[in-house]
Design a protein around this ligand. Sequence first.
Ligand code: 5AD
Length: 434
Amino acid sequence: MEKLSIFVETYGCQMNEYDSDRIINSLSANPVKDPSDADIIIVNTCAIREKADHKAVSAVGKYKKLKIKNPNLIIGMAGCVAQLYGKKLIKQIPHLDFVIGPREIPKLRDLVFDIKESASHRKINTSMDVEEVFQISPYHETGKVNGFVSIQQGCNKKCAYCIVPTVRGSEINRPLKEILEESRLLINQGAKELTYIGQTVNSWKYEGERFYNLLDYLQELDGLERIRFTTSFPRDITSKMINSMKNNTKVCRQLHLPVQSGSNRILKLMKRAYSIEWYKDSIERLRDAMPDLSLSTDIIIGFSDESSKDFEETMQLIEDIKFDTIYSFKYSIRPGTSGELMDSHVNEDIALNRLHKLQSRQREISLENNLKQINKRYKVLVESETKNNPNEFFGRTSQNKAVYIKNIDKKSIGEIINITKTEAFQNSFIGEPT
Ligand code: 5AD
């Protein structure tokens, strides 16, 4: 197959970002910034909430005119919406050439080849029964400072609201050897910081090795400066994991730990498998071990039967923990989940009001946390020059805080430098090299 130019539009989580890079590599394609320069356009979609899946269909819609101009253009939909609706999408969107589910990416090359050979065939690949789910490594732009490595596909938890097990299948853990090989590949291409990803990343286990051992192996990788991982599952925070994080010189002081609700009653309805007491105790142990640990979480507002008392317990939780960031969402009923069968759905306006109340208090907390860091020194890994501001650079602290820095030069990209934070905002800082 000649080298194709590809444009991939990505929605959703880091797993999708990673899959998009695998899509580029699987076709040995040349990524382009403008869709009208592409031979193939793929929209990689997210189905986590209803709004996200509507977005996917309209995203594909906007490429229709390019297809009219260039009938050889191939348009595909990948990701979780493709998996969820499969054939229906092919019927509904006449200019769509194929849909491909997350587990089928290793078969993409053959599929595109088939389409090119027989222009009239439209393809649906949404099997879950694929052995080599990890086979293709991601495309990595040479010199890019950070990258992702998937260590786990799918999910075995049964959270009542969540569509992930339906569209990404049950949990498959990646062999240690492959994780290390892919890490080395990215490090050789210039990556200094790698984020290890999985739906419940800290549940990873493979042939007797556990997540806490994996962190030890990763620390040994030459050239790797920083290790991040996401998303952790609260029930799988263990003392061994906490100790391993604490003693690892490369693991960043950042943890994303979705709590979903501050009410035990709602956690039970959600089938989250932990209590709020367990969650708070885990945070306490994590903070005792790593006082500079930054914490973020996910919260769903308005899950079935959430009362104002349940909601107040969630408000109390964010008051008690003082997360740096929360990602909060209004509950959206998803097809095929056990939540779909529950009744007593919360009124939309009430849910929206609660969501706004939560978000507005959290904005204050985030800013209060950040203001406490002014005039303090941090190590920042410089990632890039900012697009709109010449001579300004962007980097992150170990706590994953974004810092904009002047008075350094391009040579600092890829380096860890010392800065002092001089100004704080809700989501970022200004820093001076020191
Ligand atoms: N409705 C709203 N939010 C959801 N999430 C997952 N499923 C739903 C849903 N049905 C949120 C959770 C999860 C994050 C990725 O998306 O908070 O942690």
